[in-house]
Design a protein around this ligand. Structure first.
Ligand SMILES: [Fe+2]
Ligand SMILES: [Fe+2]
Length: 478
């Protein structure tokens, strides 16, 4: 179904057929725009940004690019096309027709899930509020803004569901989504990870690689939901999310590429010679490893406890399925199945078989980790091709955790349990220290001439929408 842009709120849900809903959303719209102006990208409101806007929810609809001033971006409500005769794919109601309305008994569970997902979307825009000021190029600045406007649209996606299906409660939740703010002492965002500012571009690339990927896995499991409007909303969000992870993966690739080139040009044979590498004005690989350690583990925490009756209930109820649920060959009920979970047993990390239903968070997290590994392989290829013997790795899941089995212990990135004193003494070997942060911050000087890049990052291999290298992705002076 094509998207109607003549409406105040672009949509493909026939909004004009439901005057009450349309009026309620048109009432929320100026509140959203106020939020964007205050909490969205600082400055740049008058800049022309080369953005893509969805004109349809099929592959063709994505081919639409043009110069837009961000406050004029057409945020709207887009659902992927309905799958005819779609049936519930898992849980107690397996095989029955999907729901077009939320069943009363699951209302509060759905509401909590939608609000929690919705809260992360504006949170990330807030976290990146000041990042535009230190962009390494106009290409990167444009990508940041593309991610930001789409996270804003993801908020619209969740607010639509709240307004359309949760009545007065839903409308109140929609207002609250604009009232909580990342890092606010009185009204913080719901999940801890989303209350930390993203103040440098290395963090931004790690965030889009690891944290947006957590988003992908949450959306993938909600795209299996029996509540069809939620499933269709998430399916379309996933097509937008793919670009965010592309920004992260290629961003880190370009950092690694540049560092290797600079080390070779300077005749440095040991990538661990941090002082010499830093003197070249590029990100040394050991510091990059620490950033990966941090952002990966913060993102693991977003999957919740490894063993969780909430997760089992959500599956049984048909609320949230597994990654690629419909492609899995089993009974989709899991009543008698087990799944191996890493647990702390008598002071050791052990694999223990748990009922598959309560281990669903662990399973989704394992799927996530496998997906994360792909980028590591690409980055390590760049390093080995440059002739260096250095491997970036993902730390053990017991390392640096605040949630789940390992939250009360300390472990090294290799998964060796250590005491508090050792942790305190060695933590800066594994996680970014204040010094590391200062060094990264020292690299963050803005580059805004067309076709130029900060000295710590390589140009991209191809431009956005196949634009040439000197394309002016953001026209700052207008
Ligand atoms: Fe998002
Ligand atoms: Fe995203």
């Amino acid at each position: 179904m094509s998207i109607d842009y003549s409406e105040k709120i672009p949509n493909n849900v026939n909004l004009s057929n439901d005057r009450t809903l349309q009026r309620a959303l048109e009432h929320w719209q100026p509140h959203f725009l106020d939020w964007w102006r205050e909490m969205g990208p600082h400055d740049f409101a008058s800049a022309d940004v080369y953005l893509r806007t969805a004109t349809g929810v099929d592959a063709q609809g994505w081919a639409t690019y043009g110069a837009v001033k961000m406050p004029d971006y057409r945020w709207g409500i887009f659902l992927a096309d309905a799958i005819p005769e779609r049936k519930i794919g898992f849980g107690d109601s397996f095989g029955e027709p999907v729901w077009q309305q939320v069943p009363g008994e699951f209302r509060s569970q759905f509401r909590r899930l939608i609000v929690t997902q919705g809260d992360t979307e504006p949170a990330s825009v807030e976290q990146q509020h000041l990042l535009g000021h230190t962009c390494p190029s106009l290409y990167d600045l444009r990508n940041l803004f593309q991610v930001n406007v789409e996270e804003g649209r993801h908020l619209w996606a969740m607010v639509y569901l709240l307004h359309a299906h949760f009545g007065r409660d839903g409308r109140e939740e929609a207002e609250e989504l604009l009232a909580r703010h990342s890092g606010d002492t009185d009204k913080p965002r719901i999940l801890g990870t989303f209350n930390e500012p993203i103040s440098d571009w290395l963090s931004f690339f790690c965030f889009t690689y690891f944290t947006d990927r957590d988003g992908k896995f949450q959306l993938k499991s909600l795209a299996e939901s029996s509540f069809d409007p939620l499933a269709r909303t998430c399916r379309f969000m996933l097509t937008e999310e793919a670009h965010h992870m592309f920004v992260g993966e290629t961003g880190i690739s370009r950092v690694v590429q540049r560092t290797c080139e600079a080390m070779r040009a300077a005749g440095i044979s040991d990538p661990a010679d941090v002082a010499r590498v830093r003197a070249l004005g590029v990100v040394d690989l050991p510091t990059l490893q620490k950033k990966l350690n941090l952002h990966y583990t913060l993102s693991l925490d977003l999957f919740g406890s490894e063993v969780s009756t909430n997760a089992a209930n959500a599956f049984n109820a048909g609320i949230k399925g597994r990654y690629h649920e419909t492609q899995i060959k089993d009974d989709h009920r899991l009543q008698n199945d087990t799944y191996p979970v890493l647990k702390l047993v008598n002071g050791e990390i052990r694999r223990v078989d748990e009922p598959a239903l309560t281990a669903l968070n662990m399973r989704l997290r394992d799927d996530y980790t496998q997906d994360c590994v792909k980028g590591l392989l690409r980055w390590n290829k760049i390093i080995s091709t440059a002739g260096y013997d250095f491997k970036l790795t993902l730390p053990n899941v017991a390392f640096h955790r605040q949630i789940g089995e390992f939250r009360d212990i300390h472990a090294t990135p290799d998964g060796v349990l250590i005491d508090d004193a050792t942790w305190n003494r060695r933590r800066s070997e594994w996680l970014p220290s204040a010094d590391d942060g200062d060094f990264i911050a020292s690299l963050m000087t803005p580059v805004t001439e067309t076709g130029r890049y900060a000295p710590w990052i390589s140009p991209p291999k191809v431009g956005i929408d196949n634009k040439p290298g000197d394309f002016e992705y953001v026209k700052i002076e207008t």
